[in-house]
Design a protein around this ligand. Structure first.
Ligand code: SAH
Ligand code: SF4
Ligand code: F3S
Length: 457
C-alpha cells in the first residue's frame, strides 16, 4: 500500500478539499499518512490569497526536492509531488518551470481527476502534468460517496467560487465563478457525516450565503431554507456556515438564527473596511452604514449573536481618515473575534496596479492599532461569558496528555480533562475565567454526555 501526505494551506475550503483528495485517491491504493518521510506522494494544497501564503509553497517545494532526491538515490523510491489549490490554479505551468521536480499541478476544480493524473505522471522521465482548466463537469458529481470519517466537527462545501470581484482578491480567478451544489446532494453528504460520528457541520463557500440550490421538491432554496432542512437530521446538534458576504444576508437566513436552535450564535461577516471611499474602491458594493444596518437587523433576530469579521488595512489610497472610519466601525459593532491583514497586492487584481500604494510602515502601524482594539473586544466578549453555563462540543484531542479540546457555541476554545472516548461528546460547563483566546472552565468533573443543546441557555 502506498502512502499519501497532504499539507493544507489557506482557508477551510482547502481543508475540505484536502480530505476529498484523500477520498479520491483511496481507491487507487493511497492511504493517508501523517509522516512526510513515509510518503510516496505529497500534495501541497495551496493558498494564493496573500503574497506570504503563496511564497511559502516555493520554500516547501525546495525542501521536497531534497526529500525526493534522497528517496530516489538511497532507496530507489520515487516520490510523486503534486501542487493543488489556488497557487496551482493561478500559476499553472509556471510551477513546473520554477520547480521541475513537481509531477502534477491540479486546480481546485479538477482534483477529482487526480487518479488519471497520477497514472499519467512519470517521475522517472520527469514528465509532469498540469490540469488547471475550469471543467464543464462538476467535481462534486465525480467525488466518491465513500469518505473517511471526518471527526466530531466537519466541513461541508456547498458553494464554490465568487462573482463579486473585490478589487484586491484573487478568489474569483482561482476558484472560478459562483456555483451552488444541489440541496439533495448536500443533505446526503450531511447524513453520511452524521452517521460516521460528526456532530457539528460547517457549511462552506467563498460566498456561502449566496448559495441557492435546486431542491428535491423542485423549487429553489436559499441558505436559510437549507439550514432549516439540515436541522431535521437526527444526531446533528450543531450547524454553522462561513464565509458570508453582507449583500447576500437575506431575511430568511437571518431569521434562521432565531428559529433554528442548532444554528450556532456566531457569524463571520467580513466588512474589510469602514470608509465608504475605500469600500467603493474595493468594489464591495455596500457602505459602512449598510453593514451597520445588516448587523442591527441580525441582532433583532438573534440578540447575543457573536460576530466575527475580516479587515484589510493599507488598501491603496487609504488615508489616516479612512483608517479612522474602520476603527469607528469596529468600535460601533463590537466583535467577538476577527481577522485583520495588511493589504497585499496580488497579480492580476485591479488594486495591485493602483499607484497609491500605502507605505509598509504605515500598514504595520495601522494593523497594530486595529489589532489592539480587536483583541480588547475579544477579551471583553470572553469576559461576558464568565459565570455562564454553556454547551461545549469536544472535537479533538488537546495538545497535552489527558486533555481534550472543545468549542463553545461562540467558537471559543475550551480545554478539558479527558481522553479519546470523549471525542464527539457534548458537555455543559460553567465558565470560570476568560482568556484572550480561550475560556477556562470548572474542572474536576469528567465530561458527560448531554442530551441536547437546547438544555442550555
Ligand atoms: N470569501 C470570503 C473570504 C475571502 S479571503 C469573503 O468574501 O469574505 C479571506 C480574507 O482575506 C478576506 O476577507 C480579506 O480580508 C483577506 N484578503 C483577501 N485578499 C487580500 C489581499 N490582497 N490582501 C490582504 N488581505 C486579503
Ligand atoms: Fe474575494 Fe470579495 Fe469574493 Fe470574498 S467576496 S472571495 S473577498 S472577491
Ligand atoms: Fe486561499 Fe484559495 Fe482559500 S486563495 S483563502 S485557499 S480560496
Amino acid at each position: 500500500m502506498k502512502k499519501l501526505f497532504v499539507k493544507t494551506f489557506g482557508c477551510q475550503m482547502n481543508v475540505y478539499d484536502s480530505e476529498r483528495m484523500k477520498d479520491v485517491l483511496a481507491p487507487t491504493g493511497y492511504m493517508p499518512t501523517d509522516s512526510l518521510e513515509d510518503a510516496d506522494m505529497v500534495i501541497l494544497n495551496t493558498c494564493h490569497i496573500r503574497e506570504k501564503a503563496s511564497e511559502k509553497v516555493f520554500s516547501d517545494l525546495g525542501r521536497l526536492r531534497k526529500l525526493k532526491d534522497r528517496a530516489a538515490e538511497q532507496q530507489n523510491r520515487q516520490i510523486l509531488i503534486a501542487v493543488a489549490g489556488c497557487v496551482a490554479q493561478a500559476e499553472g505551468e509556471e510551477i513546473t518551470r520554477r520547480a521541475p521536480w513537481v509531477d502534477m499541478v491540479v486546480g481546485p476544480q479538477t482534483y477529482h481527476r487526480l487518479p488519471e493524473l497520477v497514472a499519467k505522471a512519470d517521475p522517472i522521465s520527469r514528465l509532469s502534468v498540469v490540469d488547471t482548466e475550469f471543467p464543464t463537469e462538476v467535481k462534486f458529481d465525480f467525488l466518491p460517496e465513500e469518505a473517511a470519517p471526518r471527526g466530531p466537527s466537519a466541513f461541508l462545501s456547498v458553494q464554490e467560487g465568487c462573482d463579486k470581484f473585490c478589487s484586491f482578491c484573487v478568489v474569483p480567478y482561482t476558484r472560478g465563478s459562483e456555483f451552488s451544489r444541489q440541496a439533495g446532494q448536500i443533505i446526503n453528504e450531511a447524513k453520511r457525516l452524521v452517521a460516521a460520528g460528526t456532530r457539528e457541520i460547517t457549511l462552506l463557500g467563498q460566498n456561502v450565503n449566496a448559495w441557492h440550490g435546486a431542491a428535491p421538491d423542485g423549487t429553489s432554496w436559499g441558505l436559510g431554507r437549507l439550514i432549516r432542512e439540515l436541522a431535521e437530521i437526527d444526531g446533528l446538534p450543531r450547524l454553522r456556515y462561513t464565509t458570508s458576504h453582507p449583500l447576500d444576508m437575506d431575511d430568511d437566513l437571518m431569521s434562521a438564527h432565531r428559529d433554528v436552535p442548532q444554528l450556532m450564535p456566531y457569524l463571520h461577516l467580513p466588512v474589510q473596511a469602514g470608509s465608504d471611499r475605500i469600500l467603493k474602491a474595493m468594489n464591495r458594493r455596500h457602505t459602512a452604514d449598510d453593514y451597520r444596518r445588516i448587523i442591527d437587523r441580525l441582532r433583532t433576530f438573534k440578540p447575543g449573536l457573536a460576530l466575527s469579521g475580516d479587515f484589510i488595512v493599507g488598501f491603496p489610497g487609504e488615508t489616516d481618515r479612512d483608517f479612522a472610519d474602520t476603527i469607528k466601525l469596529v468600535a460601533d459593532i463590537g466583535y467577538a473575534s476577527a481577522y485583520s491583514f495588511k493589504y497585499s497586492p496580488r497579480p492580476g487584481t485591479p488594486a495591485a496596479g493602483d499607484e497609491q500604494q500605502v507605505d509598509a510602515q504605515v500598514k504595520a502601524d495601522r494593523l497594530a492599532a486595529l489589532q489592539q482594539l480587536l483583541d480588547a473586544q475579544q477579551m471583553a466578549f470572553n469576559k461576558t461569558c464568565e459565570g455562564q453555563q454553556m454547551a461545549v462540543l469536544i472535537h479533538k484531542m488537546g495538545s497535552r496528555d489527558g486533555q481534550v479540546t472543545g468549542r463553545s457555541p461562540f467558537m471559543q476554545s475550551v480545554y478539558l480533562k479527558g481522553d479519546h472516548t470523549h471525542l464527539g461528546k457534548m458537555v455543559t460547563v460553567t465558565v470560570k475565567e476568560a482568556r484572550q483566546n480561550s475560556l477556562l472552565v470548572q474542572t474536576g468533573k469528567r465530561p458527560q454526555q448531554m442530551k441536547s443543546e437546547e438544555n442550555v441557555a
